[in-house]
Design a protein around this ligand. Structure first.
Ligand SMILES: NC(=O)c1ccc[n+]([C@@H]2O[C@H](COP(=O)([O-])OP(=O)(O)OC[C@H]3O[C@@H](n4cnc5c(N)ncnc54)[C@H](OP(=O)(O)O)[C@@H]3O)[C@@H](O)[C@H]2O)c1
Length: 288
């Protein structure tokens, strides 16, 4: 069998176009321009790259972005004061504090008002995800992107046996909670899980988010399953430009022979994160 490839780039582009139309409508009907504030501390090149991609995506969708860059020597209290100021600013509908911070991020993340927590990392938003009958103001972007890929690829979630590899706060655990909320039966695996391949073989939906290159073998995949690969790992490849290549947590070549649907890396989950951030920002502005 050869799996259908889930094209995350095309799906993300569809969502970005939907957001742009929503932004246009909001401006036209209510005179409100959605605004996203980005707070970047220090000189981590990857963080700079992510924030500039997010700002570019905002501009393309008609969302105003307000950017704040602070040196890595900044006092945590100063960052807290900035986040509180942005929290009170009516032109700002979403606040994104780029992680990692060079100090404990908890007080800063907790200072973001729930109504502007478009990254969905506030503990109360995560807590609401875990409670039956409650909905968070915003779901975290990458996990929400995973659910969107399942929905838009025609994968049935309700009643499915789902296995999530990884239990991090930013990916694995929120993905598992979102799947439970959608009536899947979910098993969460981590570094202490025994017989992980057997657990994986039971999965109608397999989500890999562990950060280990090609960890999931083709023989671990249930025939016809939907495989969502969140992992991003650089491996040596003398044939690639620069001698390195990006791969996921799944052995794509082997798994795509067995799965029914599968995301590639790159071009699967990656583009969804920014698309969901834009959508959360628009939703926040619509609610304002
Ligand atoms: N937009 C995107 O595409 C996007 C966004 C975020 C992350 N990512 C990628 O997703 C991956 C996971 O990110 P993360 O932030 O969730 O990573 P993380 O915080 O390092 O968490 C990794 C999780 O995987 C588990 N794990 C590690 N080795 C394992 C093994 N051998 N067997 C089973 N479980 C194992 C860990 O278990 P323990 O809890 O027991 O330690 C942990 O729960 C990374 O490759 C990251 O780059 C992609």
């Amino acid at each position: 069998m050869s799996a259908k490839i889930i094209d995350g780039k095309a799906i993300a582009n569809d969502i970005r176009a939907e957001v742009a139309r929503g932004v246009e409508k909001l401006k036209r009907e209510r005179g409100v321009t959605p605004g996203l504030a980005t707070v970047l501390v220090g000189d981590n090149p990857a963080s700079h790259k992510y924030v500039s991609m997010k700002r570019k995506a905002c501009a393309e969708a008609g969302i105003e972005s307000y950017h704040y860059e602070l040196p890595k020597t900044v006092a945590p209290e100063e960052v807290l004061a900035l986040v509180r100021k942005l929290g009170a600013d009516r032109g700002v509908h979403g606040i994104l504090v780029q992680l990692p911070l060079p100090f404990d991020d908890r007080p800063v993340l907790e200072a973001v008002p729930l109504s502007k927590d478009v990254d969905g990392f506030h503990p109360l938003n995560i807590g609401a995800l875990a409670m039956k009958g409650r909905e968070p103001d915003f779901a975290p972007c990458t996990p929400a992107g995973v659910i969107e890929l399942l929905d838009r690829s025609g994968t049935r979630i309700a009643g499915a046996d789902a296995v999530v590899l990884g239990r991090s706060n930013i990916v694995g655990m929120p993905v598992a909670l979102l799947l439970v909320a959608r009536d899947a039966t979910v098993t969460v695996c981590h570094s202490k899980t025994r017989s992980i391949e057997e657990v994986c073989r039971r999965a109608d939906i397999l989500v890999a988010a562990i950060g280990r290159a090609r960890f999931v073998k083709g023989s671990w995949v249930k025939p016809g399953a939907t495989v969502i690969d969140v992992g991003t790992n650089m491996i040596e490849d003398p044939k690639a430009t620069g001698g390195k290549r990006l791969v996921g947590d799944v052995d794509f070549e082997a798994a795509s022979q067995v799965a029914g649907r599968i995301t590639p890396v790159p071009g699967g989950v990656g583009p969804m994160t920014i698309a969901m951030l834009l959508r959360n920002t628009l939703r926040s502005a619509e609610r304002s």
